[in-house]
Design a protein around this ligand. Structure first.
Ligand code: 2PG
Ligand code: MG
Length: 423
């Protein structure tokens, strides 16, 4: 089957910001579309998303955020090269690399390359008469990932109500994905109720659907979520545990970690000690970006020091980048990686990063971005790739629930197994 037509166009994401969509039509008359997410607390080492600010493409009312340049790259550069080629994801990605050999995809824009790459993955799966997940894992049981779900939001996603970005929960004791999801919803709704009773503002829903409640310390935020878990009758530790996304790059000034809502500043070594105490005193089983994206020393010291079972998860540190992952593997700077396709720019090279992580005993967490859309390919990738874990934000907002609902669909319609990397 061949590619008949490729069209790029601009659509809106869950924050009302422009993002790129690509539609690939095949010679059998079908069309396969993908829309691209976008971060707010983006790492400096991510692939380059093209925005129109200051260029001749800039649209007046989108505040420099329009993506018409990336769209034009799809329509004028990518489409002419790919139309009439066989539909094959590997071929599409290698041709995208030929067109833009730069490491960070800045020539075409990673938002242009990823939109085409995901649409090609869908079209390729269709040409094999398979779902996207099944195109990566054709035989046997589909392995549904363990969710890591946002309850409280701060940082760049919630107008800095807290210094850290997320307090999340992981339903480690659930026996199925649907049970896991029901626990998560119960905890999230209980947290909203408790927040309201305590006089916090709880109608403020953050970018990922979490609750934007102001806490004066990280410990208090953790204790609050623990009380919500207990109030719904679930056991902290054996059934539901905590995870944090500290997003520490956001409050590191090059020398000190400044927790401004707490009113405290820590040197690098003091912050390593602080984080180590925090994970020892709270039921935290996963900690993401506890240190800044280039503070490799603190990462290494902490990973050495931390409880061996703790998941030390690199997001801004690793940016789904093979070179940075390899450095972390050789220096033992983390033991898990967040996998975000738009940090990388292509489906096949994102999968290569995941495989390299797995080959080196790193846990892998396939993740959404804070700016999302109604697509559910993330659930297919996390499942088809047997990632073990998935992070999507909260259970509010259809851009989040599209992913959860896709996992429920797998559970209802396929032969599946719910994975638990924390066993
Ligand atoms: C993160 C993500 C998702 P953003 O830091 O892990 O929560 O945020 O997409 O804004 O980078
Ligand atoms: Mg993060």
């Amino acid at each position: 089957m061949k590619i008949n037509k490729i069209v790029g166009y601009q659509v809106l994401d869950s924050r009302g910001k422009p993002t790129v969509a690509a539609a690939i039509s095949l010679t059998d008359g079908t069309t396969h579309t993908a829309r691209i997410p976008s971060g707010a607390s983006t790492g400096a080492h991510e692939a380059k998303e093209l925005r129109d600010s200051g260029s001749k493409f800039e649209e007046k009312y989108y505040g420099g955020l329009s993506v018409q340049q990336a769209v034009e790259n799809i329509n004028k550069k990518i489409a002419p090269k790919l139309v009439e080629e066989q539909i094959d994801l590997n071929l599409v990605d290698s041709q995208l690399i030929e067109l833009d050999p730069s490491e960070d995809h800045h020539l075409l824009g990673a938002n242009a390359t990823l939109a085409v790459s995901i649409a090609a993955a869908y079209a390729d799966a269709h040409s094999q008469n398979k779902s996207l997940a099944r195109s990566f894992n054709p035989e046997g049981q589909l392995l549904i990932p363990m969710p890591m779900v946002n309850i409280l939001s701060g940082g760049a996603h919630a107008n800095r109500t807290m210094d850290i970005q997320d307090v999340l929960i992981i339903p480690v004791g659930a026996k199925s994905f649907s049970q896991a999801l029901s626990w998560i919803v119960a905890v999230r709704e209980m947290a909203a109720k408790l927040g309201k009773e305590a006089g916090h503002v709880t109608n403020l829903v953050a970018d990922e659907g979490g609750l934007a409640i102001a806490f004066t310390s990280i410990e208090k935020a953790c204790e609050f979520v623990v009380s919500a878990i207990e109030k719904v009758g679930l056991k902290v530790g054996s059934e539901v545990c905590l995870a944090l996304d500290v997003a520490a790059t956001q409050f590191f000034d090059g020398k000190n970690y400044n927790l401004s809502t707490v009113g405290k500043s820590y040197s690098q070594s003091e912050f390593v000690e602080y984080i180590n105490n925090l994970v020892s005193n709270q039921p935290i089983i996963s900690i993401e970006d506890p240190f800044a994206e280039d503070d490799w020393n603190s990462w290494q010291t902490f990973t050495e020091l931390a409880p061996k079972k703790l998941q030390v998860l690199g997001d801004d540190l690793l940016t789904t980048n093979l070179l940075r992952l390899n450095k972390a593997i050789s220096e033992k700077s983390a033991n898990a990686i967040l996998i975000k396709a738009n940090q990388n720019g292509l489906v096949t090279s994102t999968l290569n990063v995941l495989k390299q992580a797995r080959a080196n005993n790193f846990n892998t967490v396939v993740s959404a971005r804070s700016g999302e859309n109604e697509d559910s390919w993330l659930a297919d990738l996390a499942t088809g790739w047997n990632a073990g874990q998935i992070k999507v934000g909260s259970t509010h907002g259809s851009e989040r629930n599209a992913k959860w609902n896709r996992l429920l669909e797998f559970e209802a319609t396929e032969s599946t197994k719910f994975t638990n990397p924390f066993n």
